[in-house]
Design a protein around this ligand. Structure first.
Ligand code: PLP
Length: 299
């Protein structure tokens, strides 16, 4: 799908440890439909259009990459979109929701209590009754069609990698990658949120292999949590490699990856592929909330 680029990183640390490290630049696909979100949306939107639906409804927090990606992709595919946003307090639009709105997305802010019903069948039927020809995409695009799309992230030539590493939110992306990996490859998910049990269940249900491992210790306290070490790491990575990482996911992934190298986790002479899942525009949200100066463009 579209273009995907594997770029090698020649860091001294990698050379000293005798591993070859590549990064799959899904962040370069589009500024707002970047990364894994496009893969997870693709078959959902195809299905919606096939069923002659005229609107996508999805869910997320006020700083959700998934909401913005859905708005941009729906706009491109000429279908309406509506987001149910967690939290009534976001009366002032942040940069991510402002972009989503520019793409014509309607925003409906609900209480945390109402938001917690997002996966209930009854709540879904109420939404369908209200919006008639709507197609519901779950939070994070985490359903079977989302995983099917994520299976297309790996390409034929990626069979030569010994390790494939990606960050985890819901685990849909990891599931897709595991499904299309070969059994000799090891797939490692760096948990960037907090729901360890949910992720494990989700991935176990959606994968057909067991060549995967989830590493939980690099989540920096949970989703959207960070400290100075992490922001400095992001800036240093940008300076050294000219690649922008997002603070929510890919910074935690690379940070964790380097800790694993220090622990001699990887066999010498092995080839490692890290998936840059995009989302760098999410840094706009951190700049807005915490007055930071993180880069937020891919190049
Ligand atoms: C949403 C997101 C993820 C999480 O993907 P899941 O499929 O939910 O695990 C990872 N990286 C980035 C940049 C994201 O925006």
């Amino acid at each position: 799908m579209n273009f995907k680029l594997n770029q090698q990183i020649f860091s001294e640390q990698y050379l000293n440890n005798e591993i070859e490290v590549f990064i799959k630049r899904l962040d370069l696909i589009d500024p707002f439909i970047a990364g894994n979100k496009l893969f997870k949306l693709k078959y959902n939107v195809d299905r919606a259009l096939k069923e002659k639906k005229n609107m996508l409804i999805t869910f997320g927090g006020a700083f959700s990459n998934h909401i913005l990606a859905t708005a941009a992709y729906a706009n491109k595919k000429k279908i309406d979109s509506l987001a149910i946003v967690r939290g009534k307090e976001y009366f002032e639009l942040n940069p991510l929701l402002t972009h989503a709105k520019k793409y014509g997305m309607k925003l409906c802010f609900v209480s945390r209590k109402e938001y917690s019903k997002r996966n209930n069948n009854k709540y879904a039927s109420e939404l369908i009754r209200k919006y008639k020809r709507a197609f519901i995409v779950p939070e994070g695009g985490n359903n079977k069609l989302g995983v099917l799309g994520a299976e297309e992230i790996l390409e034929k030539e990626d069979r030569s990698f010994d390790y494939i590493i990606c960050p985890i939110g819901t685990g849909a992306t990891l599931s897709g990658i595991v499904n299309s990996s070969n059994r000799k490859q090891k797939v490692i998910g760096i948990n960037c949120i907090n729901d360890i049990k949910d992720i494990n269940n989700n991935v176990s249900q959606k994968t057909n292999k067991n060549n995967w491992e989830i590493i939980n210790e690099f989540n920096f306290g949970g989703f959207a949590k960070f400290d100075n070490v992490l922001t400095e790491y992001l800036k240093k990575f940008k300076f050294n490699n000219k690649i922008t990482l997002d603070l929510n996911y890919t910074t935690k992934m690379f940070y964790g990856f380097e800790k694993l190298i220090e622990r001699m986790y990887f066999q010498k002479k092995s080839k490692v592929l890290l998936i840059h899942t995009g989302g760098v525009c999410g840094n706009l949200g951190f700049n807005y909330l915490y007055d930071l100066d993180l880069p937020y463009e891919s190049n």
